[in-house]
Ligand binder design. Structure first.
Ligand code: 5AD
Ligand code: SF4
Length: 449
C-alpha cells in the first residue's frame, strides 16, 4: 500500500465524518498501514501495534486495525499475535473501510465481541476454527466474484487504483460456495465493485464483452455466455447455500433480468444495495453516473414489481462540486419517495487524480455538514416507520452469534434487518422464525415461534 492509498483512506473516512486525531491517545480508530516488502518492516509493524494495544486498557472502545499488503499476507498471524486488533483488511478492502468500521461497532454489540477480518474480501468471524474443525463454523462468508471497475464516476478513485473489470470464472465461484456450505456456512455475499457487470471479461479474454471489445448478446450464445443474473441462477441450482446476498450493484447495469433472477431464486435474499448517489439529474450527469433520477425510480418500480418485499439500501454523496440547494432538495425528495431501508451518506471530498477533483470543491464544509445531517435525520424517520411496520410480523432470522446479554441471540432477517431473540441455548448458525415484538435504535426484538 502506498502513500496515495493512505490519503485515500483518510479522504474516505473524513467524508464519513471522522477527523484526524493529533495523538494516538485521542483517537477512536487507529489504522496501521503496512507493506510486506521487507521482513523487518513487518516485525516493526507488529511491534508498533503491540505498543498501541496498551491504549485499549484505558479505552476498550478504541478500534485497532492493520491494513495493507502485510495484512493480506499475514492475516492469521496478526490475529494470533495481537489479540487486541479488531480489523485486518487487505488492499482490496480499502473502499470497504467505512462499512468495515460500522461492522466492528455492530459486532461489538455481540458477546463475546467478534473481530473482523477482510482480506481478499473474505470476512471471517474470529470464532472460525482451523480447517477441519467445524464444530463452531462461521455463519456468513464473502466471496469475490469480480475485481476492478470499468465505470468512470468523476468523484471515484477506484477505476484508477483497481483497474479494469475482470470476472472470476463461475466454476471457481461455485466450487468456493460449495466448500463454504460443506464447512457449515449458511450465507454468502458475492462481492465486486460492480457485480452487475459480472461476465463482461474473464481472465482468459472471454466474456460478453468479447476480446475485441465487441458486445456479444447473451441471446446469441446462451450456453457459454454468462452474466450476473445467470450466475445467481447457477449458484442457486448448483449449491445448497440457503442465503445469497451481493454487493455492490450499479443502477446502470441493474436490469429486468436481475430482478427476475432475484424473484426466481429462493436463496437470493430480498435485499439490494443500489447506490443512487444523488437525486438531481444535473449532479448525476456531473458525476457521470449514466442514469437520471427518473430512470432510477423506474428500475425500483420494476424491482418492486418482481420482488414486492424488497429491502433497499443506498449510498448518497452530499456537497458534490456545484451542488445547489435545489439539487440537494432533489436528493431529499428521492429519498422520501423511495424510502430506503438503509442509507450510507458521504460528504464529498476530492480524490486527487479524479475528474471531479479538477473542479472547485465549492460547497462549504458547514453546508455539507448540514446536508449530511438533514439526510441522516430523514433516514432515521424512514427507518423507524419501516421498523414499526414490522411489529407483529413473523420473519425468518439467521442467527449470527450471541447478543450483548447472556441468553440473547443476534440475527438478521432476509431483508438485512438486525434482530435479537432470547433463548436458553445457542442458536448460532440456525434459522429461526421470530415474531417481532419491539424495536429500539436500528435493532428489532422478537420472540421465537
Ligand atoms: N467523496 C465522497 N464519497 C465518495 N464515495 C466514493 N468516492 C467519494 C468521494 N470522493 C462514496 C460513494 C460510493 C461509496 C463507496 O463511497 O457514495 O458509493
Ligand atoms: Fe467508483 Fe462505483 Fe463508480 Fe466504479 S461504479 S467508478 S467503483 S463509484
Amino acid at each position: 500500500m502506498n502513500e496515495r492509498d493512505s490519503e485515500e483512506v483518510l479522504g474516505m473516512l473524513t467524508a464519513q465524518g471522522y477527523e484526524v486525531a493529533p495523538q494516538p491517545e485521542q483517537a477512536d480508530v487507529i489504522l496501521l498501514n503496512t507493506c510486506s516488502v521487507r521482513q523487518h518492516a513487518e516485525e516493526r509493524a507488529l511491534g508498533k501495534m503491540g505498543e498501541l494495544s496498551v491504549l485499549k486498557q484505558e479505552r476498550p472502545e478504541l478500534i485497532l486495525g492493520i491494513i495493507g499488503c502485510m495484512a493480506k499476507l499475514q492475516q492469521d498471524a496478526i490475529f494470533k499475535r495481537l489479540p487486541k486488533v479488531d480489523l485486518v483488511a487487505g488492499p482490496a478492502e480499502l473502499y470497504d473501510l467505512p462499512y468495515l468500521l460500522a461492522e466492528i461497532q455492530e459486532k461489538r454489540q455481540q458477546d463475546p465481541p467478534q473481530r473482523v477480518m477482510a482480506v481478499n474480501r473474505a470476512f471471517r468471524p474470529l470464532e472460525q476454527k482451523p480447517a477441519g474443525d467445524y464444530r463452531t463454523p462461521g455463519v456468513k462468508a464473502f466471496v469475490t466474484i469480480m475485481e476492478g471497475c470499468d465505470k468512470a464516476c468523476t468523484y471515484c478513485i477506484v477505476p484508477t487504483t483497481r483497474g479494469q473489470e475482470v470476472s472470476r470464472p463461475a466454476e471457481d465461484i461455485i466450487a468456493e460456495v460449495n466448500r463454504l456450505v460443506a464447512a457449515g456456512y449458511r450465507e454468502v455475499t458475492l462481492l465486486g465493485q460492480n457485480v452487475n457487470s459480472y461476465g463482461k471479461r474473464f481472465p482468459d479474454g472471454s466474456g460478453y464483452r468479447g476480446p475485441l471489445g465487441r458486445l456479444r448478446l447473451l441471446e446469441d450464445d446462451p450456453v457459454t455466455l454468462l452474466d450476473f443474473p445467470k450466475l445467481l441462477r447457477l449458484i442457486e441450482r448448483r449449491t445448497r447455500v440457503p442465503r445469497i446476498r451481493f454487493t455492490t450493484s450499479h443502477p446502470f447495469d441493474a436490469n429486468e433480468r436481475l430482478f427476475e433472477a432475484m424473484r426466481d431464486c429462493e436463496s437470493v435474499c430480498e435485499s439490494l444495495h443500489l447506490p443512487v448517489q444523488s437525486g438531481s439529474d444535473r449532479t448525476l450527469r456531473a458525476m457521470r453516473r449514466g442514469y437520471t433520477a427518473q430512470a432510477y425510480l423506474k428500475k425500483i418500480e420494476r424491482l418492486r414489481h418482481n420482488v414486492p418485499d424488497i429491502s433497499l439500501s443506498t449510498d448518497l454523496i452530499v456537497g458534490f462540486p456545484g451542488e445547489t440547494e435545489e439539487d440537494f432538495e432533489a436528493t431529499a425528495r428521492l429519498m422520501r419517495e423511495i424510502r430506503f431501508d438503509n442509507a450510507y451518506i458521504f460528504k464529498y471530498s476530492p480524490r486527487p487524480g479524479t475528474d471531479a477533483a479538477a473542479r472547485e470543491d465549492d460547497v462549504p464544509q458547514e453546508v455539507k455538514e448540514h446536508r449530511n445531517q438533514t439526510l441522516l435525520t430523514l433516514h432515521q424517520t424512514i427507518m423507524q416507520s419501516r421498523q414499526r411496520s414490522l411489529l407483529g410480523t413473523t420473519t425468518e432470522l439467521l442467527i449470527e452469534g450471541p447478543g450483548k446479554w447472556p441468553g440473547q441471540w443476534f440475527g438478521r432477517t432476509r431483508g438485512y434487518f438486525s434482530a435479537i431473540v432470547d433463548h436458553h441455548e445457542s442458536l448460532t448458525g440456525r434459522f429461526v422464525q421470530a415474531r417481532i415484538t419491539r424495536c429500539a435504535g436500528s435493532t428489532l426484538f422478537g420472540e421465537l415461534v
